[in-house]
Design a protein around this ligand. Sequence first.
Ligand code: PLP
Length: 242
Amino acid sequence: MEDAESRLAQVQQRISLACERVGRDPAEITLQAVSKFHPAASVSELHQLGIRCFGESRVQEARMKIPQCPGGIEWHLVGHLQSNKCKDAVSLFKMIESVDRMDIAQEIQRHADSRGKSMPVLLEVNVAGESSKFGWSPEALLRDFLEVNSLDRLEIYGLMTIAPYTAQPERARPWFAKLRELRDACADLLSAPLPVLSMGMSGDLEVAVEEGATIVRVGTALFGPRQRTSKMRSDATDDREG
Ligand SMILES: *Cc1c(COP(=O)(O)O)cnc(C)c1O
C-alpha cells in the first residue's frame, strides 16, 4: 500500500520532469490536491506534507469538510456551480475555477458585492465541445469575455479546462494548447495579462505542464481511488479517472 508521502513525491517528480523537458521552473506550478470524496483526515495528511491548495467539486461537501481541515488552506471550487449554492461558494472558496456561464458569473458578482469583496475566478472552457461538460465554447468565450470582465467584483485570473478523457495523454495536448491560445487571445482583449491556466489531472498532467499549466488539479494520483456512491456519480466531472 502506497502512502501519501510517496504518492506526493511521485507527482512532484512527474511535474519536475515535465518542467525540465520544456525549460520551466517547477515553482511556477501550483499542485492542487482535489480532495472530493476524500475525508478531512486525508487533507490533513497532505497539508502536513506541505500542500496548501485544495480543490473541491461540490459546495455541500466542502461546507462539511472545510471546518474539519487545518486552517491556512487555499480552497478552490472546481465543479459546476448551481445558483442556489453561489452564496456559500463565495464565502467558502478563495477561488472559483468553474465559472462556466454568464448567469453564474452575474450571480457571483451579486453575492460578492453584497459581502463587499472581490472574488478571484477562472472561466471554464469546454475546449472540445463535449456535450457532457460545462463551460464556454471557445467562440462564446471570446464573445462574452469583456462582458464577464465588466462585472467589477470578479477578478479574472485566467482559464480552466477539463480535457476530454483519453488513455493516451499525448492526445490531450491540442486541447491544452487550445486553452493557452484562448488565454492569450483574452489577454489581448483585456490588454492585461491573464496569468493562470488550470489544466491537467492525474492522467495527463505532464502534457498540461508542457503546454503551460500553472495549476494542475490532481486527485487520484495523490489520494488513491475515490469511493463513489451512486449519488456522487451524478457529478459529471468525476467520470475521469487518473
Ligand atoms: C476530480 C477532478 C479532478 C482530479 O481528477 P483526477 O483524475 O482524480 O486527478 C480535477 N479537476 C476536476 C474539475 C475534477 O472534478
